[in-house]
Design a protein. Structure first.
Length: 532
């Protein structure tokens, strides 16, 4: 952190409503006991990255916040700032999206530094940014002679900060990419990639990539071939952070992708995923059957694995023998025997092996081919409950997909208990979402009659807690199809997707769930529109 007092940032966070006085009072002794600053304790408790505190300060002071990845440097004016001044007072001259120049500082109370800079570049309006990001920007644009030096130039400390920010922002992936004359870092938060800070200098970017490769057990001398590795990063905020790492050669060097494997324990419940109470009840009923198949379908990254993990946690692992075949094992579940699929052990061979271990419940990470599907269906007919995923766009489409790869229709009708199809959408930030009237076209897509009163829906706004995005977290949109005797007969007799949907007595469509979540204010119309 810069010379800006921690108390100033905490006070700004308090005024912006990031936390309250009760939390402050409760965390003071906790911070002392852990030997960390009060701001660190608040960040962990409230899942607030450092950016949130600076956004709050900008809001309280009435200053624009400079997103270093979006604002461009005015290199002519920046070159006028003396190197000794930049070394003591990190600042830069940047232009916003409208082209207006600002003097961007990390400490708005640094009167001496601001006045010195204004004597050189003129009386430019102030903007605020994080000092660490400013120091890295100065290093890239002006070199070591103007860098604040030391801490921000160290790839070890830089990686620590990136991992900490990824943890606090709940990022699922970290991307470190070599670009022309430098490197950039991006975080995937709530399914969207966000540029983290300004681009790094070439030397620092290369050093950061080497640091991660060493920690991941990769060969740092090999930069022309893809590599895979992994690391466990120690974290004092709730356990170690496990990451899967992959490297690939690109035009200007290398790129790394780090998949963060740490799960959110607070959301590992079926009723916290976005399923309706009725769907949760029906799913629990399906899981209580001694045999059959429950499928979860959807594209890659739609949360299928999380749904299945939550389903497994609903089961009594002490009284049931539960085995899983996964690629990869993303979460460790106590009491469950989990097998990692690899080149020697495939899904089908793992399933055949499981049948000799007296299983009650079997989870197959994915049904990809007829061999795996055939073993899964046979397991379901011989007294085992099977859970798996499939890549289809809808719940009825799962039947078509399994038929296409060669499964017998009568086997599907006899074994299927339920099919879920799902997608993920961003949730509106509850602290800043704003209510508005639905437009006529929106009313039509939401299924509201013209003569009915215009519904009130919510739109994103942006605040320090959601880092200005207007969204915080994701929720599932679900399509649920439950198989009864009539539907099983239709499937066995070769019914197509349309007939399956019409025959199902309890079929909750994806569009229905999207409408419900928009009208409940959980997500915005813009997020759900593609599913309506």
């Amino acid at each position: 952190m810069s010379d800006l007092a921690e108390a100033t940032l905490i006070q700004a966070g308090l005024q912006a409503g990031l936390f309250d006085n009760d939390q402050l009072a409760r965390l003071r002794p906790v911070a002392r006991a852990r030997r960390v600053s009060l701001m660190e304790a608040l960040a962990v408790e409230c899942s607030l990255p450092q950016t949130a505190f600076y956004l709050a300060l900008a809001e309280v002071r009435g200053l624009p916040y400079a997103h270093l990845a979006r604002w461009t440097a005015d290199e002519v004016l920046l070159a006028k700032l003396p190197a000794p001044l930049l070394k003591r007072h990190p600042m830069a001259v940047l232009r916003d999206a409208g082209g207006a120049a600002h003097l961007v500082v990390g400490n708005p109370d640094d009167v001496i530094g601001i006045e010195s800079a204004r004597r050189v570049v003129g009386v430019l309006p102030l903007a605020l940014a994080e000092p660490e990001g400013l120091a890295l920007l100065i290093l890239r644009l002006r070199g070591h002679e103007a860098s604040a030096g030391g801490e921000t130039e160290d790839p070890v400390r830089l990686f620590e900060r990136i991992v900490r920010e990824a943890f606090l922002r709940r990022a699922s992936d970290i991307h470190i990419e070599s670009i022309k004359n430098g490197a950039r870092v991006r975080l995937r938060v709530d399914g969207r990639l966000e540029v983290f800070g300004a681009p790094l200098a070439k030397e620092l970017g290369d050093a950061l990539i080497s640091r991660v490769k060493v920690l991941s057990g990769m060969d740092i001398a090999e930069a022309r071939a893809p590599q895979d590795g992994g690391l466990i990063y120690p974290s004092g905020e709730g356990g170690d952070i496990e990451m899967r790492v992959a490297s690939a050669p690109v035009k200007f060097g290398e790129r790394l992708t780090l998949r963060v494997m740490k799960s959110d324990p607070g959301r590992q419940r079926l009723d916290a995923l976005g399923l309706s109470p009725a769907a949760v009840t029906r799913l629990r009923e399906a899981l209580s059957h001694p045999h059959g198949i429950v499928l979860v379908t959807g594209p890659t990254g739609s949360g299928k694995s999380t749904t299945l993990y939550c389903a497994l946690r609903e089961l009594d692992a002490d009284s049931l023998n539960i085995l899983t075949a996964e690629d990869p094992i993303e979460q460790v579940i106590p009491g469950v025997s989990q097998v990692q699929v690899n080149s020697k052990v495939g899904f089908a061979s793992a399933l055949r092996s499981f049948l000799r271990h007296d299983p009650d419940v079997i989870l197959v990470g994915e049904i990809r081919d007829l061999d795996t599907a055939d073993v899964a269906l046979k397991a379901a007919t011989t007294g085992h409950m099977v859970l798996s995923t499939l890549h289809t766009n809808s719940a009825p489409g799962a039947v078509t997909r399994l038929t296409d790869i060669g499964c017998e229709r009568f086997m599907l009708g006899a074994t299927l208990r339920g099919i879920l199809a799902q997608r993920l959408v961003r949730m509106l930030c509850p602290h800043c979402k704003r209510e508005r009237d639905a437009a006529p076209q929106e009313r039509r897509l939401l299924g509201i009659a013209e003569e009915a009163a215009a519904p009130r829906i919510f739109a994103p706004c942006g605040c320090p807690r959601c880092l200005g995005s207007g969204y915080r977290g994701r929720i599932g949109l679900y399509e649920a199809l439950w198989v009864d005797a009539d539907l099983a007969a239709a499937i066995s007799n070769g019914a197509g997707e349309r007939v399956i949907a019409e025959t199902a007595k309890d079929y909750w469509r994806l569009a229905d769930d999207a409408r419900a979540k928009v009208l409940d204010g959980l997500t915005s119309f813009e997020e759900a529109r593609v599913f309506l």
